[in-house]
Design a protein around this ligand. Structure first.
Ligand code: 13P
Length: 341
């Protein structure tokens, strides 16, 4: 298999570095902007992404950025296209290519991710626009009965088809099966469901000839439900998540880049740190966070030009904290630096 794929996959999980997910769809970025009373216009979305991508020094902690279709075609104020701007800082541009989770037929409460039709052509176009990796997200809800095997296997099959198409055009596929952690489930139940999901995903990747050395897994951490009466602490999260990954992720995978889901930014950092403190592991354990890297920056920005620097400081700080968590060197006391930077 193309060694460029292997090199890109490895570069995305280089020591001390992780990925910024800035690929919110129109609907999702509107939700984020609503929370800070900013109108979701094309120019506001562009200005916000420019703020993130031009934050000085983040290239020490950020290996790649996942863009949305609109964003990969946009430019910084000086006219430099975003993919070129990122490239010039040594940050690898990536692209979200799925078309979202849609209701799965005859399966109330479950979804299947769409976007396979015409995907080969879209991937070629994105590669031409500068993307070197891609992302596809499937989602699964936990209840006493769900997810069904039907939902697990439909999504695994689609992830396999997407990943094979990516590798064919030289893009590293980030394979993202997200078991949503909303609800009241126990951490044991999350472990059981996440295990079943990962098992199906790797079966499909293998059957569809995907080269696991040239792909990255983006899973949820194994958590107790956000509304559960009791919450697992970071050591328990590390225990259950690592147990699941050791059983279901081949050592050939160069890296596992967690999503943050609905965790607070500091929890997402503390959990990653707890896992890396127990390393070395067969794969790099890194991050591909959206909310957990951006939440404080969005809050600081509020759509105002005069707040750009404060927002950049907030983003820089989270990137640095998560970089520390890559080696288990994070400690909550380091959070105080945020004010000092
Ligand atoms: P969160 O870290 O906010 O979950 O976003 C990651 C992502 O890319 C979801 O697809």
């Amino acid at each position: 298999m193309d060694s460029e794929l292997h090199q890109t996959a490895k570069a995305l999980v280089a020591p001390g570095k992780g990925i910024l997910a800035a690929d919110e769809s129109d609907g999702t970025i509107k939700k984020r902007f609503d929370q800070i009373d900013v109108e979701s216009t094309e120019e506001n979305r562009r200005a916000y992404r420019e703020l993130l991508f031009t934050t000085e020094g983040t290239e020490d902690y950020i290996s790649g950025v996942i863009l949305f279709d609109e964003t990969i075609r946009q430019s910084a104020s000086d006219g430099t296209p975003f993919p070129k701007l990122l490239d010039s800082k040594g940050i690898i541009p990536g692209i979200k290519v799925d078309k979202g989770a849609k209701p799965l037929a005859l399966a109330p409460g479950e979804t299947v991710t769409e976007g396979l039709d015409g995907l080969r052509g879209r991937l070629e176009e994105y590669r031409g626009l500068g993307a070197r990796f891609a992302k596809w997200r499937a989602t699964y809800s936990i209840t006493d009965e769900l997810p069904s095997d039907y939902c697990i296997w439909c999504n695994a099959h689609a992830l396999g088809r997407y990943a094979a198409l990516c590798q064919e055009v030289g893009l590293v596929p980030i394979v993202e099966p997200e078991v949503l952690q909303d609800g009241t489930h126990t951490i044991e139940r999350s472990h059981h469901v996440t295990s079943r999901v990962l098992d199906a995903v790797f079966t499909e990747l293998f059957d569809q000839r995907v080269d696991v050395f040239g792909a990255l897994l983006k899973p949820n951490m194994v958590l107790s439900g956000y509304d559960a009466p009791e919450h697992a602490n970071p050591e328990e999260v590390a225990d259950w998540t690592l147990k699941c990954l050791y059983k279901h992720v081949p050592a050939a995978a160069p890296g596992i880049v967690f999503l943050s889901g609905g965790q607070s930014d500091e929890d997402a950092t503390a959990h990653l740190n707890a896992m890396n403190r127990r390393g070395p592991h067969p794969w790099e354990l890194s991050f591909s966070y959206g909310r957990a890297l951006q939440a404080p920056a969005l809050k600081a920005w509020r759509g105002r030009h005069e707040n750009v620097e404060a927002a950049q400081r907030a983003y820089y700080h989270r990137a640095k904290m998560n970089s520390a968590a890559r080696t288990g060197a994070y400690a909550p006391e380091l959070e105080r630096e945020a004010v000092a930077v």
